[in-house]
Design a protein around this ligand. Structure first.
Ligand code: USQ
Length: 396
């Protein structure tokens, strides 16, 4: 199949490109390389030393004997998006090319607007490019489990039956996101559903949980490493806890630490996106996949990292809850459903505990890159105050 990946330079875009190439697909990719700049903007860098896009493409050619067609450009430029889709006319577009950090979107009005304008614009451009240049293309759109928020009822997989004042309907599950970033994904979902209703665009909307891991079988040489972020803006809680443990800093669950989220290993995320691509939605179909395997509270994560640090690195890590810089429920019910991928043959292949050994071992290898950016690891922002850069007090 011909597959176009937007955000091909990103944490999951790059391993997905390698995975699809290794499975014999014809792969092209778009990126404006902005994540590299944005991470530098907050004074950080990837823990893993990632190759430039040029070196990545050369390595694909040299080691896999394949060509990855790369288009450097901004998805907010309509003519650029249209020209690439016209040239490629892919069977599938996997749209990963969006600003993906909730904290980044909460820094101030400029970052909130930048996130929403860029994310919503890119999705609309892709929808229109499919309509005008390649109407049979199947869109696999990266959304987030965070669109649903944390309601006090089970979370359905996209749609659910509701009875209200004696009448019944099947309607989209309510969205209650808790950052400007997560709301940008809600708006995307609305736009993808509308394109599907207006034009019959085939679409899979992937509600993805937090992805973790440094390895997949396709990342088997230094030039193929994918990025791993650990600062408070770009690093997820799990990444940050692992880096804190390696550096001997306290692990920082925010607030009560009972916030629960769904998690999926990078390798399994590649498996599910591949299943979505290889088993496309039909013309006129809009489907939703809740994509995660295990659900944990932030404290569960921290405790698992403490155990893995003891067993794998042979030193003790400590947990010091910091106050919560985010506005979110710190204790809540969480039971999302996920059946649609299982029906396509998805099988959970990596547990968090297995991945933790790999992550900690890999981080040890790149310790000097963590040491040199030690100051970005502990939380410093507070999104509850107008001046969100107020320093936090971390005990110990
Ligand atoms: N948290 C801590 N300590 C930290 C950092 C975060 O306790 O040092 C807490 C946060 O307060 C939050 C939870 O951990 O309650 C998750 O935060 P996160 O930074 O790990 O992840 P999140 O902001 O939810 O975003 C990440 C990805 C995003 C993706 C989303 C999936 O950055 O691209 O959409 O996970 S989901 O969480 O299901 O919405």
């Amino acid at each position: 199949m011909k597959v176009l990946i937007t955000g091909v330079d990103g944490y999951s875009g790059w391993p997905l490109a390698l995975h699809l190439l290794n499975r014999g697909h014809d792969v092209s990719g778009i990126d404006n390389l902005i994540t590299r700049k944005r991470v530098a903007e907050v004074g950080s860098h990837s823990a893993t030393p990632i190759a430039s896009m040029t070196r990545r493409i050369q390595a694909v050619h040299k080691h896999l004997g394949k060509t990855l067609r790369f288009y450097r450009g901004d998805l907010c430029r309509w003519e650029f998006v249209r020209q690439v889709v016209r040239k490629e006319r892919p069977d599938a577009i996997v749209h990963l090319g969006e600003q993906r950090s909730a904290p980044y979107s909460m820094i101030d009005v400029h970052h909130a607007v930048e996130t929403q304008v860029q994310n919503v614009t890119s999705t609309l451009h892709i929808l229109y490019a499919i309509r005008e240049e390649s109407p049979k293309t199947h869109l696999v759109k990266m959304g987030t489990m965070g669109e649903y928020g944390t309601p006090n009822i089970d979370i359905a997989e996209g749609f659910f039956e509701v009875e209200y004042l004696g009448r019944k309907d099947r309607v989209p599950f309510p969205r209650q996101a808790s950052s400007w970033y997560h709301w940008s994904k809600v708006f995307d979902t609305g736009d993808v559903m509308l394109a599907n209703r207006l034009w019959g665009t085939a679409a899979t909307d992937v509600m993805q949980g937090v992805i973790y891991g440094t390895r997949t079988p396709d990342i088997d040489r230094p030039e193929f490493l994918t990025r791993f972020d650990f600062d408070e803006v770009w690093g997820t809680a799990l990444n940050r806890f692992c880096v804190q443990a390696v550096l001997g800093l306290p692990l920082t669950p925010y607030g009560k630490g009972r916030q629960r989220r769904g998690f999926i290993a990078l390798e399994d995320s590649m498996q599910s996106l591949t299943l979505a691509v290889e088993n496309p939605a039909s013309q006129g179909e809009y489907r939703v996949f809740n994509q995660f395997d295990e659900s944990y509270s932030v404290t569960d994560l921290a405790q698992m990292v403490v155990t893995a640090t003891r067993e794998d690195l042979h030193h003790e890590a400590e947990i010091h809850n910091s106050y919560n810089p985010r506005v979110e429920a710190e204790e809540h019910y969480y039971n999302p459903h996920h059946e649609n991928l299982l029906k396509l043959g998805y099988r959970h292949s990596r547990t968090l505990r297995q991945s933790l050994t790999e992550i900690l071992t890999d981080l040890e290898k790149f310790r000097s890159r963590l040491e040199s950016h030690r100051e970005v690891v502990m939380p410093r922002m507070d999104f509850r105050t107008p001046d969100n850069r107020k320093p936090l007090h971390i005990p110990g």
